[in-house]
Unconditional design. Structure first.
Length: 400
């Protein structure tokens, strides 16, 4: 059976104040092309479908339409699990509508899928809560474990007394959940795990939101079922193999760079070919990007202006770093921005000290300042209710 593994779509996420919808649509279309070309039978989306628990209508529409398109007319099954950015309730709200189209969503551990026939596939959850995809010839059993939310962390970590004990307890609890979900694994089935969590030894890229308040709760390698042939993970944005699991566990990474720290490495999906009782064969398939993030490092102001002129016709987001023995004038900043669109910031390194330079602009209103601050700190758009609450607290609520 052929499985395509992807995760961390973060639909609706922006870069600073720049929307990424066109780029997100591009990578989803490309994933669809890969799935068609590689004859994928199952697509696993391992969490963080959205960037916020309150996604925009545009983000939801993009997911619904894209997921149905990925499933095709019975060609493949799409299984999506909730991540720490997703609202399980919001994600599950469309589950019943999407199910006949071959899209199956697990928002919380224990969510059930009634037996559904889609094309040549029969899909259901077994008595252990795992998602079963039966073609009549092969049967894949997926222990699908969504992120377990902060609201349930007390029951997950128990009454441990300190952070170290809490982390051990969390890993043990995840191990228990996965052990239960994987009870249907056998030598005659294709045994998969799809989970959204942070593993010991995983490399962060800097754009992930901490998976728990007070520090990330790490899951140890021994928490995963020994019979799992492929472990599809979400949360970390850097594509990587998890150490200590005999090259069975992988983060596919986000399909799009969501910060300048992710600009240095390629994005990808994993294509997995696996038969019952055999070792999975994994191929990393790179994704293209219609508007990459770039860091331009220059040794002078003149070089920076020249590079921006050279790059003027190319679509990209630019973080400009300039070493100089003098400061930039506002005229030079404006000239740089006129030559190259979408400059995210300009960092001047003067005698070893780094300063972020921005062009002067009109003073923002209190409301716009709050929205600007929220977007930069939370990487999401505040909803209207939150903005109204802030304005009310500040005594500047709108009349009427």
């Amino acid at each position: 059976m052929r499985i395509l593994h992807t995760s961390d779509w973060h639909l609706g996420r922006m870069l600073e104040n720049k929307t990424r919808y066109a780029e997100q649509k591009h990578f989803i279309d490309e994933i669809g092309e890969i799935a068609e070309r590689e004859k994928a039978e199952i697509i696993l989306i391992s969490g963080d479908v959205y960037d916020t628990s309150n996604p925009s209508a545009a983000a939801e529409e993009m997911f619904y339409n894209s997921a149905v398109k990925l499933a095709g007319e019975g060609e493949r099954v799409v299984i999506a699990t909730a991540g720490n950015h997703d609202s399980p309730d919001r994600l599950m709200a469309a589950a019943e509508i999407l199910r006949p189209y071959g899209v199956f969503i697990i928002g919380r551990p224990g969510d059930k899928i009634p037996e559904t026939i889609f094309g040549n596939y029969t899909v259901y959850t077994d008595e252990n809560g795992a998602v079963v995809v039966d073609t009549g010839v092969e049967k894949a059993v997926t222990a699908a474990l969504p992120y377990v939310s902060d609201k349930r962390i007390g029951e997950i970590i128990g009454e441990a007394g300190d952070d170290e004990e809490n982390a051990v307890s969390y890993s043990d609890k995840v191990s228990e959940l996965l052990a239960k979900l994987s009870e249907g694994f056998s030598e005659d089935t294709i045994n998969l795990v799809s989970a959204h969590l942070y593993t010991v030894g995983g490399e962060e890229s800097g754009s992930e939101r901490s998976i728990q308040l007070g520090g990330s709760y790490s899951v140890r390698a021994e928490a995963f079922p020994a019979k799992a042939q492929y472990i599809a993970l979400g949360h970390l944005h850097r594509p990587q193999t998890v150490p200590g699991l005999d090259k069975r566990a992988f983060y596919s990474g986000s399909p799009l760079a969501y910060s300048k720290d992710e600009a240095a490495y390629a994005k990808a999906v994993n294509m997995v070919n696996v038969k019952a009782g055999e070792r999975a064969q994994v191929e990393k398939i790179p994704l293209s990007c219609i508007k990459p993030i770039e860091i331009l490092k220059c040794d002078s102001i003149e070089e920076a202006i020249e590079k921006c002129r050279d790059e003027s016709g190319r679509e990209s987001y630019v973080y400009l770093e300039i070493k100089s023995d003098r400061t930039l004038s506002m005229e030079e900043i404006r000239a740089i921005k006129a030559l190259k669109a979408d400059i995210m910031d300009i960092r001047l390194i003067l005698d070893g000290a780094e300063t972020v330079l921005t062009e002067e602009r009109e003073e923002l209103s209190l409301k716009d300042s709050f929205i600007d601050f929220y977007k930069k700190s939370r990487l999401a758009e505040p909803d209207d209710e939150l903005v109204e609450l802030f304005m009310s607290v500040m005594g500047e609520g709108e009349e009427g």
